[in-house]
Design a protein around this ligand. Structure first.
Ligand code: SAM
Length: 328
């Protein structure tokens, strides 16, 4: 994989902090329920969506925030599983010195801001279809200034999307663009679920797989990348996060994994798929996509804040990949 220039990064995130208005026609619903059970937010991989939401809540309230999401703390407060999690850095006894709510949460804030900008740039070129793969509690349809003719498809498991819908409905949150939840498991054949709710493979699209691929078995990741290629036309774009470590367990006692396990009971290493990973950036390049691969630390330096490398670092192998399709 090549590490080349950073695509159009800016020092400031382009996020929106406007608060909640009445529901609009754009919103579609999944079955409302707060208890989500199997496949929901309160256990397993679904709980990682709450971890990211809590991080975004903390980031939102920082004076030097890298991304803002006014909905994030509402998800955290609505889920019994995280009733005692902080939503402000001031609520963390050791503040920024806490590996989970300090450094790791900043990582998620940085990632959110960088991908917000990636999305804005794609939409700025005229793309009107957004696909959020493993959308979790991502509220980009609500908080970004997307054109009203934009459609945001949110793919995640049914329980996660149902919880999300209930919280957003309780807040009377109104999406800025048309929003289409697509409850489906990405380990299966999700193409029919997406195309049957209006996704048009003949029109350009932008896709995000933020904090997703390493939870999927290798073949499911390969299928996902092949499918994105098959469902996209010239002018489309994809950003995803990868982990390059050969042996994830080598970082088992790192401050980030240890704090996440001990403070909130989420063992990320148990949730990550342990099988071999495909080289998805390389696969896309072989299919004719232009790709660039970056460490998060590059963006920390560009934006003047965020995580930097440290010893025994669970973030050492993390890469953010940006891919553009310039030919059919
Ligand atoms: N992208 C969101 C964000 O950054 O806020 C959520 C990231 S969260 C770490 C990972 C998400 O991937 C969870 O919402 C989880 O439910 C979803 N996910 C993991 N495996 C999945 C699968 N097999 N099918 C659908 N969604 C999946």
């Amino acid at each position: 994989m090549s590490e080349t220039s950073i695509p159009g990064d800016s020092l400031h995130p382009t996020s929106d902090t406007s608060v909640l208005l009445a529901p609009t026609e754009g919103a579609t619903t999944t079955t409302p329920t707060r208890r989500t059970g199997e496949g929901g937010v309160d256990a397993g991989v679904g709980s990682t969506s709450l971890l990211v939401a809590a991080a975004r809540a903390i980031e939102t309230h920082r004076h030097d925030s890298l991304a803002r999401d006014v909905y994030a703390e509402h998800f955290v407060r609505a889920a019994p599983a995280c009733a005692d999690w902080p939503v402000r850095i001031e609520q963390v006894p050791d503040g920024d010195g806490n590996p989970l709510w300090g450094r790791f949460a900043r990582y998620f804030g940085l990632r959110t801001g960088v991908l917000d900008d990636f999305l804005h740039r794609s939409v700025g070129t005229g793309v009107r279809q957004v696909v959020l793969l493993g959308a979790g509690l991502d509220t980009r349809a609500f908080r970004l200034d997307l054109p009203s003719d934009c459609v945001v498809f949110e793919i995640d498991r049914a329980g996660v999307l149902a919880f999300k819908q209930q919280v957003l409905t309780d807040l009377s949150a109104a999406p800025k663009a048309k929003r289409v939840p697509v409850p489906v498991d990405l380990r299966g054949d999700w193409v029919t679920a997406l195309t049957s709710v209006g996704f048009d493979p003949a029109a350009p699209s932008v896709w995000l797989a933020e904090g997703l691929l390493f939870y999927l078995p290798g073949p499911a990741e390969t299928y996902l990348i092949d499918t994105v290629d098959r469902l996209t036309t010239t002018g489309s774009a994809l950003a995803f996060e990868a982990k390059l470590e050969k042996d994830l367990l080598a970082y088992r006692d790192s401050p980030i994994y240890t704090a996440t396990r001990e403070q909130i009971g989420i063992d990320l290493l148990d949730l990550f798929d342990s099988g071999p990973r495909p080289d998805s950036a390389g696969d896309l390049a072989a299919k004719g996509w232009s790709t660039s691969v970056h460490t998060p630390f590059e963006f920390t330096r560009l934006r003047g804040r965020g995580p930097l490398p440290e010893p025994n670092d669970a973030l050492e192998g993390n890469r953010w990949v940006f891919a553009h399709k310039s030919r059919p």
